[in-house]
Design a protein around this ligand. Structure first.
Ligand code: ADP
Length: 265
């Protein structure tokens, strides 16, 4: 039950009573839970056949089976690209549902952040090449430790980097910085891309939110990446945020409290 209590103020500015409203929100909660369970069940059911379709298309397109007529080849590549998109969407949906249901187990460990940033950069390199965007890194040389789940930090960085790349112009540079800020470790992903419209800024971390439908359809994506990233960052005790100016670019940042490094020996 949700309770709201409001004082009733009379003409002399004194409180003459209180107005209480009790709202039964158990039904709303139940509906929310049913919706999440539905998303989860459907996503699971879709994932198995889709994995098989995607896998088969990848084999056919790898050229190991036979030389295909160019038109067939083209169509199969379109099918592969789209089944990959669906796979990403379904995995994101399942991830989000697990996070909301509190079913995500984090493997928290105090560790140096540098290798995580380097791994994320390495993994995204071919995507950057595809968009003809350069990657540049400014990484603190002193070891910076934080207590995090390594795989989840890499997942967040992957989201931030792929956004920075896909919303940048060809030939521009995306910079990744790893710095110490007082007692915090901060990672910044800086692009010189499209920037974010002011009226979209407050919704950017919402599920399924995308700023411009037309340009997003061209770029793909699900509108779930930042929602998942935020949930994960908060669950690990970190923070995530951004600064952006439309037409100038955006800086997304991720911070964690610094942990003390193990003394040598
Ligand atoms: P997706 O990238 O799958 O659409 P996200 O949740 O990662 O979903 O991002 C939501 C939206 O926020 C994007 O569709 C885009 O409109 C906007 N956005 C995110 N990152 C950037 C960025 N670096 N530059 C410009 N717009 C961005």
């Amino acid at each position: 039950v949700q309770l709201t209590v409001t004082p009733i103020i009379d003409g002399n500015n004194t409180i003459s009573g209180y107005l209480g409203i009790a709202k039964d929100i158990s039904e709303r909660k139940r509906n929310e839970q049913l919706k999440n369970e539905f998303i989860s069940t459907v996503s699971h059911e879709l994932r198995t056949p889709l994995t098989s379709i995607y896998g088969s298309l990848r084999i056919v397109n790898s050229g190991v089976l036979a030389e295909l007529p160019p038109k067939v080849d083209k169509l199969l590549q379109v099918a592969e690209a789209n089944s990959q998109r669906l796979t990403i969407l379904i995995n994101d949906l399942l991830d989000m549902e697990k996070l909301l249901a509190g079913k995500v187990q984090l493997n928290m460990l105090s560790q140096p952040m540098l290798p995580l940033v380097q791994e994320a950069l390495q993994a995204i390199q071919s995507y950057a090449d595809q968009y003809q965007v350069k990657l540049s890194a400014e990484l603190a040389s002193a070891p910076l430790y934080a207590a995090v789940d390594a795989a989840r930090v890499i997942q967040i960085l992957h989201n931030l980097l792929s956004n920075a790349i896909k919303f940048s112009a060809e030939g521009s540079t995306v910079v990744v910085r790893l710095i110490q800020l007082r007692d915090q470790v901060k990672i910044e992903v800086i692009d010189q891309g499209l920037g974010i419209p002011d009226d979209f800024k407050s919704r950017i971390f919402d599920r399924f939110s995308q700023s411009d439908a037309a340009s997003n359809r061209q770029h793909g994506g699900t509108g779930l990446g930042l929602a998942i990233s935020k949930e994960l960052a908060l669950k690990m005790g970190g923070e995530i945020g951004f600064n952006s100016q439309l037409g100038q670019g955006s800086t997304f940042w991720l911070t964690f409290s610094q942990t003390v490094t193990e003394p040598a020996g």
